[in-house]
Design a protein around this ligand. Sequence first.
Ligand SMILES: [Fe+2]
Length: 191
Amino acid sequence: MTLLQVMAAAGPGDIRVRTTDEAAITAELAEHGIAFDRWPVVERAESVDSDELLARYADEVAALNESGRYEHIDIARIHPNDADPAWAEVAAGARAKFLDEHRHAEDEVRFFAAGRGCFYLHLGEEVLAVVCEAGDLLSVPAGTLHWFDMGTRPDFVAIRFFEEADGWVGDFTGAKISRDFPSLDELLTAP
Ligand SMILES: [Fe+2]
């Protein structure tokens, strides 16, 4: 379930909004200039191979990329694999990669075809945590301070859109603010 939780940047205990209402989420994000959209969900997208998945979303991708600004469009996927003894380490490493506050030189545009992940947008005095689920498209504007939590059991398939091949590279601020805020796992279990 898509979730938006708005907290004071000074203290995550000060929860100003918590909603799973799609219209409310879209409106709140739009107020901050954050594009959020819903695309149709492909059943069991996690078992559809990447080329086929891009073909299934060809119309939506073409509409989003009408200007041709995204020259690199690919699919990132990670799923629990408990049969692999190294998986826990792989998962922790993947999770740690963007768990600290950073920004990018271009918009970070992600469509979740399956699974979930949480973007935390640090906008002035507030932090907006957006838990994206299958069917959600979020665009984090270039230069926006943010971090991303895929949880302790990372599980998602996402279409990524880049203007430059290295558009995913993060400029880390060195701030440890993310450690003060509820993790994806905690957000999902909160009442
Ligand atoms: Fe990022």
